[in-house]
Design a protein around this ligand. Structure first.
Ligand code: NAD
Length: 498
């Protein structure tokens, strides 16, 4: 049905030796210490970077900028399009917007890429064999932030999954697997329950996956998938998921490698990218030369790969692996019997610099032969489907907990109209007709109206007329949702128990 023009994989095969401009923010807490350590290592390794520094975080928030970033900083980001960011402290109290969420949304950073790797036996872990990359959709799902209080008792958060948003992230996951020679891409959704939203994600995964015959594909319902990931992470390679599951499971995956302090992450968009550690600003250990710079360093290595400085990226990562292997550790991963020397932030960075050019002997050395660079999304060919209005769900508030009473009031209010009450649900469960007296009901009722001849097209005027009648009869309408057929198929789900 849908044909995708064979993608240009946008692969970089050679190290680019020209200077690349990047924007750097040193952030708060341990941010400046770990950023200085990281930049010192990159510089010693020969990274060709021209740095523009911007101010973000606590000071900016407290200066009255609720986004935590100065407007002028966006100019630098527009110029460089590459952002290496240290963690920041979000001040306590309301009114401060998450800088990460703002940056992701403003710059369209739709893919969050988090490699989660075990460094057994040098970092203690229950999972010695683990090398999983979590690719999380970063822009939509429940994170659209569209929330409403609808009745006295019920609040709503809209889960939005779009076809273009899903195509972008799924395509990115497969291109990532191809570029980095990964064998399998797994998709996690909850499409047994959310048949339309997660169902679309799964469907697009199957459609796009079919274009990659050399890569294994599998889908797991997110609950059992998460359990398997926590139990046997060695079974997974690349995992792609919608935003909320990805947010939770990328932390689980990072933690079970042995330390969240060792994970970096990339936020990738079309033409923009942001790289960081996954941990926060650790204010309690700030200014003590104690913090482990590894998370930010691994984020910076992802950045070097992204900008095509592949040899430098490999050189830094191999020296870092060698340092871990030599038992030179910061306090957070120091373990008697395994670790040999405990180092501060600066000394740990110097130990890595001393080892530039060396490779680990037990851990697997890395090589980057090619990299997925600026990935340009082309939508799949999609014929718009014919949309017909066939009914309406009208949501009402009523503190009378008896669905029968509400049904009677509705039927009395709209006896002669074309649209007839078909069912009432409460929090998705059918309570009329033939509801169960045991079903607990809130003050939030969904009333579904359809013409007698179900499936025939209606006009929106008929919906408006129905709403007028209900309103005149004193029924308390809180919102409506149109019911459409797309190419003759319902674009809405049935109720539980229907
Ligand atoms: P945190 O990640 O800063 O700290 C959690 C624990 O891990 C602490 O015990 C800390 O000492 C330790 N830790 C973290 N990074 C470490 C490192 N590099 N080396 C050694 N130990 C390390 O989480 P938190 O305490 O919940 O949050 C502190 C602040 O960071 C908050 O203001 C929060 O909003 C912010 N934060 C920012 C980001 C970001 O900028 N991306 C992410 C998470 C939290």
């Amino acid at each position: 049905m849908k044909i995708y023009e064979k993608p240009n994989p946008f692969l970089l095969h050679k190290t680019i030796l020209t200077m690349t401009k990047i924007t750097v923010a040193k952030g708060d807490g341990i941010g400046p210490e770990i950023m200085d350590a990281t930049l010192k290592i990159l510089n010693a390794a020969g990274a060709k970077l021209e740095i523009e520094e911007i101010e973000i975080g606590e000071k900016v928030y407290l200066n009255g900028n609720s986004a935590g970033i100065e407007p002028s900083a966006w100019e630098s980001l527009r110029r460089t399009r590459v952002f290496l960011k240290a963690p920041i402290t979000t001040p306590q109290g309301g009114g401060f917007k998450s800088l990460n969420v703002t940056t992701r949304k403003v710059l369209g950073l739709y893919a969050n890429v988090r490699p989660c790797v075990s460094y057994h036996p040098f970092v203690k872990t229950k999972h010695p064999i683990m090398d999983v990359v979590i690719i999380r959709e970063n822009e939509e799902d429940l994170y659209a932030g569209i929330e409403h209080r609808q009745t006295d008792e019920v609040y709503q958060c809209l889960k939005l999954i779009s076809r273009p948003g899903t195509e972008k992230i799924v395509r990115y996951a497969f291109e990532y697997a191809k570029a980095y020679n990964r064998k399998k891409v797994t998709c996690f959704t909850k499409d047994n329950i959310m048949k339309m939203t997660d169902g679309l994600f799964h469907k697009v995964f199957d459609e796009i996956g079919a274009e990659y015959p050399d890569i294994q594909k599998e889908h797991w319902i997110v609950d059992i998938g998460a359990a398997k990931l926590a139990d046997t992470p060695e079974l997974f390679d690349v995992i792609v998921m919608p935003n909320l599951y990805g947010d939770i499971l990328s932390d689980v995956a990072a933690q079970i490698t042995g330390s969240v302090g060792l994970a970096g992450s990339a936020n990738i968009g079309e033409g923009f990218a942001m790289f960081e550690a996954i941990h926060g600003s650790a204010p309690r250990i700030a200014g003590q030369n104690k913090a482990n710079p590894s998370g930010l360093l691994l984020g910076a290595i992802q950045m070097l790969v992204h900008i095509g400085q592949l040899d430098v990226a490999a050189k830094v990562q191999n020296a870092w692996l060698r340092t871990l292997e030599d038992g030179v550790h910061t306090y957070d991963i120091f373990e008697k019997g395994v670790s040999k020397e405990q180092k501060g932030t600066k000394e740990f960075a110097d130990a890595i610099i001393e080892r530039l050019g060396q490779s680990p002997s037990l851990l697997k050395p890395v090589t980057f032969n090619s990299a997925l660079s600026s990935f340009s999304y082309k939508p799949m060919v999609h014929q718009p489907e014919k949309r017909e209005l066939v009914g309406v769900d009208i949501f009402m508030q009523s503190t009378d907990r008896h669905a029968e009473n509400l049904a009677k009031r509705i039927q009395n209010a709209s006896p002669n109209l074309l649209l007839q009450l078909q069912m009432i649900t409460n929090r998705g469960t059918k309570v009329w007709p033939n509801g169960f007296p045991e079903t607990f009901c809130t003050d939030h009722w969904r009333c579904r109206f359809k013409p007698e001849n179900v499936g025939t097209e209606i006009s929106y005027d008929q919906v408006v007329k129905l709403m007028q009648e209900l309103n005149s009869a004193g029924l308390d309408i809180i919102k409506t949702e149109n019911l459409y057929y797309f190419d003759g198929k319902p674009g809405f789900t049935a109720a539980q128990g229907q």
